[in-house]
Design a protein around this ligand. Sequence first.
Ligand code: NAG
Length: 386
Amino acid sequence: MPSEWDKERKFEIEKVHPMYLITALCVVPFGVYFLLNFLSPLIHRLTAMTISEIYVYPIKSLRGVKVKEALGTAHGFKHDRTFMLLRITPEGPVPMAVSKQPEMTQFLQEIHGYNDADGSLRVTFRAFGNAEAEKSLTIPLTPDPSSLEATEITLHSSATRALQMPQSYNDWFTSCFGYAVQLIYIGAHTRAVLFDDMQPREPSPLTRFLRAPLPFTTRSIASAIGLRPTSPQRIAFADCAPFLVVSQTSVDDVSSRLPAGHAMDVTKFRPNIVVQGALDAYQEDYWGVLSINNSLDVVLAHNCVRCASVNVDYETGRPGKGELGDVLKKLQEDRRIDVGARWSPVFGRYSFWGVGRGDEVVRVGDRVNVKKVNDGLSIFSWPGLS
Ligand SMILES: *[C@@H]1O[C@H](CO)[C@@H](O)[C@H](O)[C@H]1NC(C)=O
């Protein structure tokens, strides 16, 4: 039997109950919101990924140079793909690539004085393991352009002026390859990025109005509401973008597809930045923006679609044998995810510096957070390349 006191208390609780409810409804969401806001830097710290490897490739398509740090610019890392080899054919000079000339993997590159004005690049021809035929060449990393003759070259439909390196370098490479080649240097020139959805559009009247000489804040509004940046992206001899970002978790997934005891050589994917610590393989397909050190934004705009170069055996400089030479097919099973390049598997993301960012030193160990996740997959749109 409830006592009188119990009855009274019950009555009181029933009376104040709606008050509790209203208070809870108002306070709890705010409390949770503020708590999460308070904890989020901490959560970010704990879940952050890191840059595990950085690569530059001074001469495009030769072996990469692994570095501890590199100077990132809007056009890519300093000294990345600033040189390119051309094969001299009856139809004229043609850009060379590992997929067509797997023997390019027999050339190791070494940088001496990355930050020095008189830094140099040492190239060693491994001669397919024939130690007697092995030889080296030293090339200035930053040749004096005034002494070099200009030329025009088109790589993946994107043309540029470039500079012809002295004939002695061509002779050395020609003697290694066994067919006529030419070495060119990009100098101060750059190539346009041709991704369809990154092209500047004819400005609409609204854009013109917003771009008129008005205060900076109006421009910010213009970019906030999604109007395109005014300056198109430009690159050196990298295929499609200043940076290629890959995830180590995805590299590990590829390794798991190889026979036991074999690991996928990440350099076959020719990344600039390797990020480690992603929870799942291929999360990067949806990454829109990464933030390095919570300060530098890197925009992951497109998928990197793959060709037979991932099958090449870097030891022999020939198409790989057995399952190790079948990486492309293994990826084709489930990685053909880009409707803009239906037949090619995707691995890695073509990336760009955040708009308006200047040069920044990027280091191995730098913290990386996913700042924006895209709703859907990006669609490859480089004309004539897939
Ligand atoms: C990130 O922070 C480290 C340590 O302070 C610094 O050395 C590095 O240059 C920074 N990287 C970028 C891209 O800001």
